[in-house]
Design a protein around this ligand. Structure first.
Ligand code: HAM
Length: 421
């Protein structure tokens, strides 16, 4: 038997309804915040990610699904949304719109990671990006959007962790300090990190190898080496969050695994997630648009992992609505009634009801057993008598009560609707 690829999931009925509600909540919260939906291709030119995400990151060095297409181009399945959106912002001249441009997306992403709980090779993100605003007001807006979304789902026990990782003004001097620190234990670093030492020592700070991680614990912190501008920006962000009563922890160890970040970085974590505790990651990326060929434009955004949200909902026992069940099941005895049931179900569906009938030519007993399994709210059994008289008994399947009714679809539909109150 052919099985699904490692690290992927089938979203089955029962789960897909929950996902749809998560997505609807994302649409609704973004509407309130004035963010507009954007959809970009699943695959992009590989150079977009090596330049955008950074060629010394784990994502680019180890995790990308890259292949050559039949035209000899190097193509990559998107590992995340931020680089794709930045490309689209430039390519479609979205900077010509009134600024800031506020966008959101619900996408699938692909990373060749070692699958484990909360870590997949195909996963899904809900993310937002805001272009053209450098003030920390924008940072606090995207952070509160993420928190409002999680609150609307009823999720509890989250921690917001924030940090600042500086800008091109203050990063070079800090990188030098890091290089000196790591150089002393260079022999113990993993091969990838030894290469990173020269090119991008900050990447060593989020290496997944246990030895590198242990060495990184004692490294100097960027937060202690910010320039005045970055420090002021960070202080102002904190006062915006304080003013809104948003609780946060300053965590100087957050560096994020992608190269485009400048100034603010943040993560929202949950104790219900185990080792992969971040449900949301984001930050500011004031150099990305320029790096990809656009005019210098500040940007800030986040992405939330849909599968990790599903895990939290499950662990906290949060159910998003009841599963969909049929409003009515029309059973039929005999050929004439079968045809009538076919028409009645069709008309009830046209009116907006979820109507079902048997499609397998089963006995009436088996049809009713099926109706029970489907949890139908009402049922009608049609036979020759009902067809001839134009009247039938409609049964409320949970109370067992029956009521006589005509066979006009409108009359039946009204009974169903009345029962919903
Ligand atoms: P990220 O931290 O790489 O950031 O991913 C964001 C979220 O996606 C994570 O917090 C997690 O919930 C989910 N996620 C990441 N990798 C996996 C995986 N292998 N399996 C399951 N879920 C996963 C970004 O992607 C940035 N683009 C976020 C951003 C937007 N920064 C600025 N704007």
């Amino acid at each position: 038997m052919i099985k699904k690829p490692r690290g992927t999931e089938d979203v089955l009925p029962g789960q897909s309804e929950i996902r749809r509600l998560i997505e609807q909540t994302a649409h609704e919260v973004c509407r309130r915040y004035g963010y507009k939906e954007i959809r970009t291709p699943v695959f992009e030119d590989t150079a977009l990610f090596s330049r955008g995400v950074g060629d010394t990151t784990d994502v680019v060095q180890k995790e990308m699904y890259t292949f050559e297409d039949k035209g000899g181009r190097s193509i990559t399945l998107r590992p995340e949304g931020t680089a794709s959106l930045a490309r689209s912002y430039i390519e479609n001249s979205l900077y010509a719109n009134p600024q800031p441009t506020k966008l959101y997306y619900l996408i699938s992403c692909y990373r060749y990671e070692k699958p484990q709980s909360g870590r997949l090779r195909e996963f899904h993100q809900f993310g937002t990006e805001c272009y053209g605003a450098d003030d920390p007001a924008a940072d606090s807006e995207v952070i509160t959007l993420a928190l409002d979304f999680l609150k609307a789902l009823g999720v509890k026990g989250l921690t917001l962790n924030i940090n600042s990782i500086g800008c091109p003004e203050c990063k070079p001097a800090y990188n030098e300090k890091l290089r000196n620190y790591f150089a002393e234990r260079a022999d113990e670093l993993c091969g990838t990190c030894r290469d990173r030492l020269e090119k991008n020592p900050m990447r060593i700070l989020d290496c997944k190898s246990p030895v590198c991680h242990e060495i990184a614990q004692g490294a100097p912190k960027m937060l202690d080496h910010l320039c005045d501008d970055c420090r002021e920006h960070f202080e102002k962000l904190k006062s915006y969050l304080d003013a809104l009563g948003v609780e946060y922890t300053v965590d100087p160890d957050i560096v994020r695994g992608l190269d485009y970040y400048t100034k603010t970085v943040f993560e929202i974590t949950s104790d219900d997630l185990g080792a992969q505790s971040a449900v949301c990651g984001g930050g500011r990326y004031n150099g990305l648009i320029e790096e990809l060929g656009g005019k210098p434009t500040p940007g800030i955004g986040f992405a939330l992992g849909i599968e990790r949200i599903m895990m939290i909902l499950k662990s906290q026992g949060i159910s998003l609505g009841e599963p969909e069940t049929p409003d009515i099941f029309i059973a039929a005895i005999g050929e004439k009634a079968d045809m009538a049931a076919q028409k009645l179900v069709y008309s009830l569906r046209a009116l907006g009801a979820h109507a079902e009938r048997d499609l397998c030519l089963r006995s009436v007993k088996a049809q009713m057993k099926y109706a029970n399994k489907l949890n139908a709210k009402f049922s009608i059994v049609l036979g020759d008598d009902e067809i001839d008289s134009g009247r039938a008994a409609i049964k409320n399947m949970s109370t067992g009560e029956t009521l006589e009714c005509g066979l006009e679809p409108g009359e039946i539909f009204d009974i169903i609707k009345q029962s919903e109150g």
